[in-house]
Design a protein around this ligand. Structure first.
Ligand code: HEC
Ligand code: HEC
Length: 488
């Protein structure tokens, strides 16, 4: 086992990054790495080809032994953790159906926002037109499954404008909480939100069942069994007339709507709706960004990162303190922090409580991992145990993973930063300054001005770019062809 054998030990080469480095980065993983090294990796001779001569040492591109311990906690990316709350999570047939649904605009209702009329500017079609918005509209494969289409680009345009930017979906199945505010506790449950949101698909669960019946019946029934018959319009809302009547809270005075349905009919529909979420999640689990140049570097190919990228890595895990929050193989701690990102932009909410708003929602979610449609409610309950709003949750947003990040501008939950350089500049200033920009809550106290030089900023950006993974299998990037499975 030579995996760690190539490591270069220059103790004191870059004076141990910033006061001994981020304390919370060297957790159990680092200890495991150390054990593995002690057992089977004789200390390697310094490898000058890795660029650690005198000049490089003073340029800060060498990794100390302690740096390597941290670096090994960032790579490789393991497979996504099992999701016991979704019995279909790892089924290929479910993933193939999920992929078809992900790219299917027929699961959407009438467009509401006037901006949609400007198709040249990224709109979806004339106001009132239906069947225009698929998941892929705001999560485009060529942008790391994020949105670079909507104009202005800060947030995303579906039937209306969302108040936050669409996150990239690469490695999403590794996360513990979903949405920027963590208001969902399972990936399958997350996917149900956009379908019924008036700003996104503006559709409804009853309309989803009818769309499945028409367009995806054989594939659905092969996995989940017979679809219910919704032809009785005295029992089920007439979603062909108005798709929005088929969701909770629709409150249509002149039409039968979801809230007026018999509870057992609601349950029939809810079950199919949840199955759609489970199929979508099975597809999303396959969107993995791995095997980047950074991973090759960690695995022993020292030439995989150039000098500048290595300088960026040393800063990332050291003086710039990024690894305090962007840690582990996804480069996210899965937690929520307040970066002081300005609530600024045409469709951005003026005030956004972030995690403090998400916690009450996830605790009360009838379609969550602890609910009746979960395949393991006790696992869901364990996940939620002890969750309550703390002061630090106000204005805190989920730490995004950084693998493949270069493909998915703009950045932050408001899409506030158009480029990675803008992101690094924001951190260089110590995050947002509440006397200048508006955001809820208090900024994380660890975010302080970094005093980076221009070259150091560029090095950090170069390092972030080196996190681009191997291309996804092409079979995952487009609607699946009729009848066939997407990928083997
Ligand atoms: C109109 C644009 C739009 C459409 C259409 C859309 N999304 Fe999203 N998506 C967003 C935005 C914006 C967010 C972040 C919202 C938030 O955090 O409040 C998001 C968040 C997500 C997340 C959470 C990612 C994370 O890191 O927590 C997932 C997963 C996701 N969407 C999947 C889907 C799926 C599946 C569909 C189709 C059923 C879909 N989206 C349709 C804009 C869109
Ligand atoms: C205190 C924890 C913390 C630290 C330290 C930190 N980040 Fe972040 N990072 C976050 C959070 C939280 C967000 C999302 C903030 C938001 O949108 O409100 C974020 C967002 C980002 C994004 C945008 C990603 C996207 O998809 O929108 C990038 C890039 C990034 N950070 C890189 C860095 C770099 C580089 C450093 C070091 C200079 C760093 N971060 C330090 C927590 C942190």
């Amino acid at each position: 086992m030579r995996r760690f054998g190539i490591a270069l030990w220059f103790v004191g080469c870059t004076a141990s990054p910033l006061g001994g480095g981020p304390p919370d980065a060297a957790g159990p993983d680092a200890a495991a790495a150390r054990d593995a090294r002690d057992q089977d990796a004789p200390r390697a001779e310094p490898d000058v080809s890795a660029g650690c001569g005198e000049a490089e040492r003073s340029a800060g591109v060498c990794l100390s032994e302690r740096d390597w311990e941290i670096v090994r906690t960032l790579s490789p990316l393991p497979p996504p953790p099992a999701d016991p709350t979704n019995a279909y999570a790892d089924r290929q047939d479910a993933a193939a159906l999920g992929q078809r649904l992900f790219f299917d605009p027929r699961l959407s209702g009438p467009l509401l926002a006037p901006e949609n009329g400007l198709e040249a500017d990224g709109g979806n079609g004339p106001v009132g037109a239906a069947g225009r918005v698929s998941c892929a509209r705001c999560h485009a494969p060529e942008h790391g499954f994020s949105d670079a289409r909507s104009y202005p680009p800060q947030t995303s345009l579906g039937a209306g404008f969302t108040p936050r930017h669409s996150p990239a979906l690469l490695n999403v199945a590794h996360q513990r909480w979903f949405f920027w505010d963590g208001r969902k506790d399972a990936l399958w449950s997350q996917t149900l939100g956009p379908i019924e949101s008036p700003l996104e698909h503006n559709f409804s669960r009853v309309a989803v069942v009818r769309a499945l019946f028409r367009h995806h019946r054989a594939e659905y029934e092969a996995i989940f069994g017979p679809l219910p018959d919704l032809s009785d319009l005295a029992r089920f809302p007439d979603t062909d007339r108005d798709p929005t009547t088929g969701r909770p809270g629709a409150a249509h005075p002149d039409a039968l709507d979801y809230d007026e349905m018999a509870p057992e009919d609601q349950a029939l529909v809810d079950r199919v709706f949840v199955n759609v979420g489970k199929a979508l999640a099975a597809y999303l689990r396959r969107l993995e960004s791995r095997d980047s140049r950074f991973d090759r570097f960690v695995a022993g190919q020292s030439s995989a990162l150039d000098r500048i990228e290595r300088q960026g890595l040393v800063l990332f895990i050291g003086r710039a303190g990024c690894v305090r929050c962007h840690r582990g193989p996804t480069f996210s701690d899965g937690e929520f922090h307040n970066d002081g990102v300005a609530q600024d932009g045409l469709h951005v909410a003026r005030r956004d409580l972030g995690r403090a708003g998400g916690i009450p929602v996830v605790l009360a979610d009838p379609l969550g991992a602890a609910g009746a449609f979960s395949d393991d409610p006790s696992a869901g309950r364990a996940h939620l145990a002890g969750l309550s709003v703390q002061a630090a949750d106000v204005g805190a947003f989920k730490t995004p993973g950084l693998r493949g990040v270069a493909a998915s501008p703009p950045y932050f939950h408001t899409g506030y930063a158009p480029t990675l350089d803008d992101v690094v500049r924001a951190y260089d200033k110590g995050g947002g300054d509440s006397s200048v920009v508006s955001f809820a809550g208090d900024k994380d106290a660890r975010l302080l001005p970094l005093h980076l030089s221009e070259a150091e900023r560029a090095a950090l950006v170069a390092f972030l770019r080196a996190l681009e993974g191997a291309p996804l299998d092409r079979c995952l990037l487009a609607p699946t062809t009729q009848g066939g499975l997407a990928c083997r």
